[in-house]
Design a protein around this ligand. Structure first.
Ligand SMILES: [Zn+2]
Length: 79
């Protein structure tokens, strides 16, 4: 029996299974495609998934203001 496969974070790609990812602080709002830029009124606000991924690559968080709140991914959360 392998470990259950948790859903991947749409932003950072790690498998945390949390609605708000502790690694990048993206909140899962059902968007998973970079071209899906419709604001949902969720905690992500008007942030597009493409911008969140870009921010994660630069700051290690989906927005710069969350960069002090995120934590490093664990080995078992890697995609
Ligand atoms: Zn994430």
């Amino acid at each position: 029996m392998g470990q259950p496969t948790l859903p991947r974070c749409a932003c950072c790609g790690f498998r945390t299974g949390c609605s708000t990812c502790p690694i990048c602080f993206w909140t899962d709002d059902g968007r998973s495609d970079v071209h899906d830029d419709v604001g949902t009124g969720s905690r992500n606000g008007d942030l597009s998934l493409a911008d969140a991924r870009l921010n994660f690559s630069i700051y290690g968080a989906s927005t710069p203001r969350y960069k002090d709140l995120v934590r490093a991914p664990r080995a078992d959360e890697r995609p």
